[in-house]
Design a protein around this ligand. Structure first.
Ligand code: FAD
Length: 254
């Protein structure tokens, strides 16, 4: 019987007060006060003002002093591949398929397949994979080779740490509706957890339609920007596009 995985995201650790770290780093740039004075002088109101200042200007290197470590379980290898594309300011430790036997593996089953008449065949296929994996390892084939039979729906377990800035960048791309549903689900959980410990910095995180009032997705935009007051659809290669009905963008030669 195939075990279906469930996505679990847990904030393992962050600094005691990540918003304070960010505020002190920001203030450090413009003040000659000692660090003791900085800590004493930055009121909660001042923190908000300082963070707003760097988030608005994009001078966000001061957010690199924050650090968040998450434990993630039940994520498919498909979403894991997308996660590790975040290269800068992020560290990963991922369960090894060479040293861990996958006979008790769990698999992600997407909703569309759960609601499909083909669900029984999907499960049967995974069961036959499991059976073959066991046969291979029982016959002495090492785990590192037997794992070649495993599908991308295989659920993994990992630890990921990101600086505050890296997490902001990750949420910008992966909370956008254009991101794939599983990574979006994980990003949304990470955002909720980070906001609990760093409410000021992570109040203004997520896709740019929400944080900047700008959708940069051009033709592929989901259109959510239309529901956000004052938001616009923009494009970097402006000369290649013309404005269509309702503010949508079209290639000039279309
Ligand atoms: C909806 C969506 C679909 C995607 N589809 C695909 C896909 O089909 N195939 C695919 O391969 N990827 C795909 N990606 C991944 C995407 O191209 C990015 O690699 C990923 O989102 C990580 O973002 P990043 O490069 O900004 O982050 P990071 O890797 O953390 O980089 C942060 C910033 O550092 C700079 N940087 C990093 N590395 C270099 C470098 N080598 N040289 C110069 N500057 C650098 C860049 O300015 C970059 O913006 C997709 C992403 C999204 C959100």
């Amino acid at each position: 019987m195939i075990k279906e995985s469930r996505l679990r995201v847990h904030l393992l650790d962050s600094y005691k007060d990540p918003d304070a770290i960010a505020a002190i780093a920001i203030r450090r740039c413009y003040s000659n006060d000692s660090y003791e004075e900085l800590i004493e002088k930055i009121s909660p109101e001042k923190r908000k003002q300082l963070v707003a200042q760097v988030e608005a200007s994009g001078h966000t290197s001061t957010l690199e002093h924050q650090m968040f470590t998450f434990a993630v379980e039940g994520l498919s290898r498909i979403a894991e591949t997308q996660l590790v594309r975040k290269r800068v300011g992020a560290s990963y430790s991922i369960r090894s398929g060479r040293y861990v036997n996958m006979a008790e593996a769990e698999y992600v089953i997407p909703e569309s397949i759960k609601n499909s008449s083909l669900l029984p065949q999907y499960r049967e296929h995974l069961e036959s994979v499991q059976k073959m994996y066991k046969e291979l390892t029982d016959s002495g084939i090492p785990e590192e080779d037997a794992r070649f039979i495993q599908p991308q729906s295989l659920a993994t377990k990992l630890i990921v740490s990101m600086t505050g800035l890296a997490l902001m960048q990750f949420l910008e791309k992966r909370e956008c509706t254009r991101a794939q549903w599983e990574i979006r689900k994980m990003a949304t959980e990470m955002h909720k957890l980070a906001k609990k410990v760093s409410p000021i910095v992570f109040d203004n995180a997520g896709p740019t339609c929400k944080t900047q009032g700008i959708c940069w997705e051009g033709k592929r935009s989901c259109g959510l920007w239309k529901q956000i007051e004052g938001a616009t659809l923009k494009i970097r290669q402006k000369h290649l596009f013309k404005e269509g009905a309702g503010g949508d963008l079209k290639f000039i030669d279309e």
